[in-house]
Design a protein around this ligand. Structure first.
Ligand SMILES: Nc1ncnc2c1ncn2[C@@H]1O[C@H](COP(=O)(O)OP(=O)(O)O)[C@@H](O)[C@H]1O
Ligand SMILES: Nc1ccn([C@@H]2O[C@H](COP(=O)(O)O)[C@@H](O)[C@H]2O)c(=O)n1
Length: 207
């Protein structure tokens, strides 16, 4: 049996990783079994902490993630084995009670801020993509999204951005760009880059 192909999509917060992952998903889902895996679902469980304590976590540091579990699951998915994937609740800053059963797929699209920065994760990916979007654009997108979808206030988004998101991006995420096979400027609206990526994935999947 052929192994699953894993496409890793990294980039700063709100760079457009999910948008690109969705476009790839929509293209391949007709002929192949495809699944998007979000690295964010592998944030460490913090249910033992109070909400006030959870708010103080640096969510932009590699130690916030259970990378061992993600690597274990990626190895299983590569062999088309079934995993029980955690799910994450941004409003509560911890894992949800429910898990999701993910059966073997032909194509796994893994997206998250540390997909390129974590050596063991990127080693499991067949294609490594970095979505390169200017920080002012990312901040505006994040401000809107976090207020509309993640239960945040303007103050909390601004403070978090200045205290952790921006410095951690400069320390860990931006430098991981050097590991990318493909760098996509301007995220999901770059249709030429997405088409090129699709062509490359097709050539591997149809081999
Ligand atoms: N090209 C774009 N133009 C305008 N808004 C966008 C664009 N791409 C993404 N967004 C918006 O920005 C936010 C973050 O995009 P998303 O793809 O989820 O980024 P990421 O997965 O990198 O955090 C979302 O609210 C999304 O709708
Ligand atoms: N409880 C949490 C967990 C994560 N974050 C932020 O999410 C960002 C990563 O997700 P993207 O979709 O933006 O790539 C990351 O920058 C964390 O700061 C959070 O705010 N709260």
């Amino acid at each position: 049996m052929k192994e699953a192909i894993i496409i890793g999509i990294a980039g700063g917060s709100a760079s457009g990783k999910t948008s690109i992952a969705m476009q790839l998903y929509d293209y391949f889902k007709g002929n192949h079994k495809v699944k998007i895996i979000k690295q964010d679902d592998y944030y460490k469980d913090q249910s033992h902490l109070t909400f006030e304590e959870r708010v103080k976590t640096n969510y932009d540091h590699p130690l916030a993630f259970d990378t061992d579990l993600l690597v274990d699951h990626l190895k299983k998915l590569k062999n088309k084995e079934t995993i029980e994937k955690p799910t994450y609740d941004y409003t509560l800053h911890t894992r949800s009670d429910i898990t999701e059963t993910v059966e073997g797929r032909d194509v796994i699209i893994l997206e998250g801020i540390f997909v390129l920065a974590e050596e063991k994760v990127r080693a499991l990916c067949d294609i490594l993509v970095y979505v390169d979007t200017a920080s002012d654009i990312r901040f505006i997108r994040r401000l809107k999204r976090d207020i509309e979808e993640r239960g945040r206030s303007v103050d909390s988004v601004c403070n978090q951005y200045l205290n952790t998101v921006r410095p951690m991006h400069e320390q860990f995420i931006e430098p991981s760009k050097k590991y990318a096979h493909i760098i996509i400027p301007e995220g999901g609206s770059n249709h030429v880059a997405v088409d090129l990526l699709i062509t490359k994935i097709k050539s591997i999947v149809d081999e």
